[in-house]
Ligand binder design. Structure first.
Ligand code: ADP
Ligand code: MG
Length: 406
């Protein structure tokens, strides 16, 4: 990297050190929430105001299909929420409804307490102060990077729009590409431009649909951190859609797990890890061994131990979930006999795959490296009942094999 340049120059490293609020006067100041008004968006979208975003029992039907089957969610102003769920569960539909490019079939959306979509009201997208970043970035191929970013500032006089667009391009480290066209940029660069275009009108709410999905792992992590830093500066209340639990845990204040048009659980990463609402969430946020078994006499009497299950009916299929750290090695004769099938040292810790009589699968335990036994040796294990979870079996989803091959 060459010598220092003045702020505003096309030196991406230096620009990344600048805060958006330094570049755009007034941005960093806390401003009052926008009073309830039906008026058009201000000419200058300069008011980065803190907005509460609320979904109330939002439904969206396509013919017979319920893409959203009653979603309720309340986001605090400035909160960053990651929306996580498998393909087709309704994530994009939820963002489209929040942004106003689609209408709910039932329910309401409110921004700072004001209904923007509901039975009696529909505020069009351009009046919602909502930024939407599409999964494929959707840059305009025939416009330069600068014009792509200035596009969202159509109501400003051109010189002013370009000035703001340049400032935001500098913030994302892309100013030196301002006169280029999108097709010459890499995926990561296009992502930065799309981000710049979405934030330049200073939206109160920012919706990002899988913004990192097309990027390679190293670039992804860096862009994630930069993106979250920028969202924090703008104080936009943000939803980031992702497929990756680790990404959600790293980025979000709260995580919303969605499945088949519903929110299964909303909470902090720690809560989802410690107290998953169901097997689906447990699989996403914890490394678990699954022992499928049937409830008999109010308990699961499995080869790895008996665990009472007061909440699941007699004769119903259930899944006993053992966290890897729930399985500890103890002195021979002091616990359940097991045979070490495979050991995998990881530095401080090690993974053990264990065979237990009566259970077809393998149990994977995570132990301290110093406790590592020989492969193929006979050991005894104890299962910590506090680290065991039991859920009703998940009919839609066959159980994952215990202790996968990797
Ligand atoms: P996700 O973003 O989580 O992958 P989507 O919100 O795109 O899921 O879609 C949710 C469900 O709604 C899917 O089954 C999808 O096929 C259906 N869907 C989405 N948009 C339409 C549409 N315009 N017409 C019909 N079905 C749709
Ligand atoms: Mg989608």
């Amino acid at each position: 990297m060459s010598g220092r340049r003045r702020a505003g120059a096309a030196n991406s490293t230096e620009c990344q050190l600048l805060k958006l609020s330094d570049l755009i006067p007034g941005l960093g100041r806390r401003q009052p929430e926008r009073p309830d008004s039906d008026g058009p968006a201000p000419k200058r979208a300069g008011a980065a105001f803190a907005a509460r975003l609320t979904f109330e029992s939002v439904e969206r039907r396509y013919g017979d299909q319920m893409a959203l089957a009653g979603v309720s969610l309340d986001m605090a102003p400035g909160e960053i929420l990651c929306l996580l769920g498998p393909s087709g569960c309704g994530k994009t539909t939820l963002l489209r409804i929040a942004s106003g490019i689609e209408k709910p079939s039932a329910g309401r959306v409110l921004i700072s307490g004001r209904e923007v979509a509901g039975p009696s009201r529909f505020v069009p997208p351009e009046q919602r102060h909502v930024g939407l970043m599409f999964q494929d970035f959707a840059l305009f191929p025939h416009l330069t990077i600068l014009d792509n970013v200035a596009f969202g500032l159509k109501l400003l006089p051109r010189p002013e729009a370009y000035r703001e667009a340049r400032q935001v391009l500098a913030r994302v480290g892309m100013l030196r590409h301002a006169e280029k066209y999108p097709h010459v940029l890499s995926g990561g660069e296009q992502q930065r431009v799309a981000l710049a275009r979405a934030i330049v009108p200073r939206p109160a709410v920012m919706l990002m649909d899988e913004p990192f999905s097309g990027l390679d792992v190293h670039l992804r992590e860096r862009l994630q951190e930069e993106t979250v830093a920028i969202l924090r500066e703008t104080r936009a209340t943000s939803i980031i859609v992702t497929h990756h639990p680790e990404e959600a845990m790293r980025l979000a204040d709260r995580i919303a797990v969605m499945r088949r048009g519903r929110l299964v659980q909303v909470g902090r990463a720690r809560d989802l890890h410690r107290n998953p609402a169901d097997l689906f969430v447990a699989r996403l946020f914890s490394e678990i061994n699954e022992v499928p078994w049937t409830v008999e006499g109010g308990a699961l009497r499995t080869p790895v131990g008996t665990f009472s299950v007061p909440d699941i009916a007699e004769g119903e299929p259930a899944v006993l979930c053992l966290r890897q750290r729930a399985i500890a090695l103890v002195a021979p004769g002091q616990g359940l006999p097991a045979r070490v099938v495979r050991v995998k040292p990881l530095g401080d810790a090690a993974l053990l795959d264990l065979a237990v009589e009566g259970f077809e699968g393998l149990l994977r335990a995570r132990i301290r490296e110093s406790e590592l036994p020989e492969s193929d040796s006979e050991v005894a294990v104890r299962i910590d009942p506090d680290r065991v979870l039991v859920f009703p079996a998940d009919e839609a989803d066959p159980p994952a094999p215990a202790a996968g091959g990797a």
